[in-house]
Design a binder for this molecule. Structure first.
Ligand SMILES: Cc1ncc(COP(=O)(O)O)c(C=O)c1O
Length: 327
C-alpha cells in the first residue's frame, strides 16, 4: 500500500547515480536529519524526531507512556495492539462514533486515533479532531497520520503549528505517501519539548542510513511531482471504487481516505477467504482478507489502489473469482 506514482524515474536515476558514494558513508546525526525533514514537513525542527519507519516508534512510545490506560481503534494497524496489549478499544465498524470517541477521551490517559484508519479508510475531519484534543487537555493523544495525504484533510501538524496543543503527538509513516517502504522513513511530531527530547534520547546514534537521508534532500526538489502523484492516486482510487462497485458479488465499496479500499462482498464470511485464495491462485494478486475482523462477520477485503491498468486487471480478476463461487 504505497504511492505507485512516486518516486519518479528522474529521482530513481539520481539515487542510482549517488549509491556508490552513499553506501561508503554514514548518514548525519539525528539533529541534522530532523532539520532536513522539517524543511519538507514545514515545521519547527525542534518539534520532530525522524524515525526509521513509523514502526520504530511504537515500542518507544509504549515505553514513554508506561502502564497507563490507553484507547485504540479496532480494527487498526497491528502494531497498536502489540505496543499497548492492555488497551481498551473503540469500534471502527467501518465508521467511528464520535460520541464514543469523546467519552473515551475523557476516560483514558492516552487515546490513539489513526486518521485515515487502516484497514477501513475511515477519515475524521482534522478541525474536529483539533477541537476534541483541545477539549481534553489532561489526555494525551497519539494521532497516526500515515495516510493523511490521500484524504484531502489537512495534517494536524499544520493545525498544531498554528494553534499549539502539547497533548498530541503526530506519528507519520512516509512509506505510503512517498512510495518508499524500503527506505524506512517516518517521524513523530509534537510541541511538547520534553516528550520530543525523551523520544530522541531513546533513538540510536545513527538512526537513518545515508541512502534515506539523500532521498530526504532529493525530495525537496520534487514537491510538484509528489503533489501530482497524490492527486493521481486519489483519482485512481475513486475510479477503482466505481469499477469495483459494478462487480456482481460486491456489496459495498466503502469511502476511503487512504490509498486502499475496503470491499464488502455478498454471502457468508468465508467468501472473502475463498476469493483471496482464488485471486492468489489464478491472478497472482494478494489482498487482505478481513473476515472475522468486524463484529458483523461480513466478508471483507482490503485492496490497495495501484496504477489504473492494474486496478482494471484486479477488477476483472475479482469478477472471475466471485463468479466461480457456488453461492
Ligand atoms: C496506520 C499505519 N501506521 C504505521 C505504519 C508503519 O509504517 P512504516 O513502519 O512502514 O513507516 C503502517 C504500515 O502499514 C500503518 O498502516
Amino acid at each position: 500500500m504505497h504511492n505507485v506514482h512516486f518516486p519518479t524515474p528522474a529521482m530513481m536515476a539520481a539515487m542510482r547515480h549517488a549509491l556508490p558514494d552513499l553506501i561508503s558513508r554514514y548518514g548525519s546525526t539525528q539533529e541534522v536529519l530532523n532539520e532536513k525533514l522539517s524543511w519538507f514537513v514545514g515545521c519547527d525542527p525542534a518539534r520532530l524526531q525522524v524515525v526509521h519507519g513509523a514502526s520504530q516508534a511504537f515500542p518507544i512510545l509504549a515505553d514513554l507512556v508506561g502502564a497507563r490506560m490507553v484507547g485504540v481503534p479496532d480494527p487498526t494497524f497491528g502494531e497498536f495492539r502489540r505496543a499497548f496489549p492492555g488497551a481498551v478499544t473503540y469500534t471502527d465498524g467501518p465508521g467511528v462514533d464520535l460520541d464514543e470517541l469523546e467519552e473515551l477521551a475523557a476516560r483514558v490517559d492516552l487515546l490513539a486515533i489513526v486518521n485515515p484508519n487502516n484497514p477501513t479508510g475511515t477519515t475524521l475531519g482534522s478541525t474536529g479532531l483539533h477541537e476534541l484534543i483541545g477539549r481534553h487537555p489532561n489526555t494525551r493523544f497519539l494521532l497516526d497520520e500515515s495516510f493523511i495525504e490521500f484524504s484531502g484533510e489537512p495534517s494536524m501538524v499544520m493545525a498544531v503549528e498554528q494553534s499549539p496543543l502539547d497533548n498530541v503527538a503526530v506519528l507519520v509513516s512516509l512509506s505510503k505517501t512517498l512510495g518508499v517502504p524500503g527506505l524506512r522513513l517516518g517521524y513523530v511530531y509534537s510541541c511538547d519539548a520534553r516528550f520530543v527530547s525523551e523520544l530522541g534520547r531513546r533513538l540510536p546514534i545513527w538512526n537513518l542510513g545515508s541512502v534515506a537521508e539523500f532521498f530526504l534532500e532529493l525530495l525537496l526538489k520534487f514537491r510538484p511531482e509528489l503533489a501530482r502523484s497524490v492527486e493521481r492516486t486519489i483519482l485512481d482510487r475513486e475510479e477503482f471504487r466505481r469499477l469495483l462497485q459494478g462487480v456482481a458479488g460486491v456489496r459495498t465499496v466503502h469511502p476511503s481516505g487512504g490509498n486502499f479500499v475496503l470491499v464488502d462482498l455478498e454471502g457468508p464470511s468465508r467468501v472473502a477467504t475463498e476469493a483471496r485464495a482464488a485471486l492468489l491462485r489464478d491472478a497472482r494478486i494478494d489482498v487482505k482478507d478481513l473476515s472475522g475482523r468486524f463484529a458483523d462477520g461480513a466478508p471483507r477485503l482490503r485492496v490497495a489502489v495501484r496504477r489504473s491498468d492494474e486496478n482494471v486487471r484486479f477488477t476483472e480478476a475479482l469478477e472471475a473469482a466471485l463468479k466461480s463461487m457456488p453461492w
